[in-house]
Design a binder for this molecule. Structure first.
Ligand SMILES: *Cc1c(COP(=O)(O)O)cnc(C)c1O
Length: 355
């Protein structure tokens, strides 16, 4: 499959801003390809960034047939650029596509498109410490039809934008609110797929707890309302006094994070045994109170590792490690980001270099 590359002339290109937030700045180019049931995928191209023209009856606007991915390109000290396990994002994209009855995309072309876009927009990969180029592949159903059913035409696209370090004021813990009424995803539902609908379902509680001063929502399983699942855009880990790290086992309603998988592989090499288990929220909170659990942290592409200093459940606050970041989260953050930015060896062959 061929990939057409059509670049903006040098004098028409933007400049990567110095002040970086998350998700507000976009680079000069984007990738698109279209799918039609009768001809398959066609017109794969990296082109100047542009808006879409969409029929008001496009099925994504009514029935939410949409999937996405998120990964980052990191600037190395030698000026080169690293992608972190992009093959995994490409694989997960197709798993999400299967669940949302969308056509799979060619894995080689998808990876090639990510690399071609980063190559085209390499001046947008920031070199400030902790900054990166966030890459957002996505696909949506574009068929104009109000009848319910899978669409016959789709748009696959990739955009990118520079993002600043997740921790502006240092590696500070966030507070999470354990949702005891609303649920994010059910077993048999679409929680395992990276699709907008899961986020739409979580906004209500997200906004509510933000007003109460919490940054994230911790979701429990939807059947018993008892087992710890994940934190919306991050998976969750608990570090015990003896150094063991425990994360909820994939249940069918948890998104299988690539950062989560990386922690499960990396931690044992640093002397932290890992376990994937079903974790009862009441047990977890008891172990936080007794000091058996010494650290809680989220893991995901956006922050890499995000320490949790406080959990709220049914009107009570549970403070972890005096609301300070702890040594396990710090160590994992340092080791993982060192691999990503190319300042440490990559014993797992996770890095794909651009150049
Ligand atoms: C993307 C995402 C994660 C984290 O996955 P990574 O691959 O580590 O970035 C966790 N939970 C949900 C719901 C997600 O959408």
């Amino acid at each position: 499959m061929s990939l057409n590359v059509e670049l903006l002339p040098a004098d028409k290109r933007g400049v990567c801003p110095q002040e970086l937030s998350f998700g507000n700045a976009f680079s000069d180019h984007m990738f698109t390809q279209q799918y039609d049931a009768d001809i398959g995928w066609h017109d794969a191209a990296v082109q100047p960034f542009h808006n879409f023209t969409l029929h008001p009856a496009a099925s994504v606007l009514h029935y939410g047939q949409e999937i996405f991915e998120g990964l980052k390109a990191y600037r190395r000290a030698d000026g080169g650029i690293n992608l972190f396990r992009p093959d995994q994002n490409v694989l997960r994209f197709n798993l999400s596509a299967d669940r949302l009855v969308m056509p799979r995309v060619d894995e080689h072309l998808h990876l090639k498109a990510i690399k071609a876009l980063v190559q085209a927009d390499q001046t947008w990969v920031p070199d400030q410490s902790g900054a990166s180029l966030y890459i957002r592949p996505a696909m949506f159903a574009s068929t104009p039809k109000l009848g319910l059913g899978a669409a016959s035409s789709y748009m696959h696209f990739i955009i990118a934008g520079p993002v600043g370090p997740y921790f502006k004021e240092g590696f500070n813990p966030v507070s999470v609110y354990v949702s005891d009424v609303c649920r994010r995803a059910v077993i048999g539902g679409i929680g395992e797929a990276k699709t907008g609908g899961n986020y739409a379902a979580s906004l209500f509680v997200g906004e509510e707890v933000a007003r109460k001063g919490y940054t994230q929502v911790l979701w429990l399983d939807a059947i018993e309302g008892r087992y710890v699942e994940e934190v919306g855009a991050m998976n969750i880990c608990f570090a015990y006094k003896d150094g063991t790290i425990v994360t909820p086992a994939l249940s069918g309603s948890i998104l299988a994070g690539i950062t989560r998988d990386s922690i499960l592989r990396l931690a044992p090499t640093l002397g932290y045994p890992v376990k994937e288990e079903r974790l009862d929220i009441n047990t977890v909170l008891g172990e936080i109170e007794s000091g058996e659990i010494t650290e809680v942290f989220g893991c995901g592409t956006a922050a890499a590792i995000s320490p949790v200093g406080r959990l709220a459940y049914k009107g009570r606050d549970y403070v972890v490690n005096d609301n300070q970041s702890g040594p396990v989260a710090r160590r994992l953050f340092n080791e993982l980001t060192a691999i990503q930015y190319g300042t440490a060896e990559d014993p797992f062959s996770w890095i794909q270099s651009i150049d």
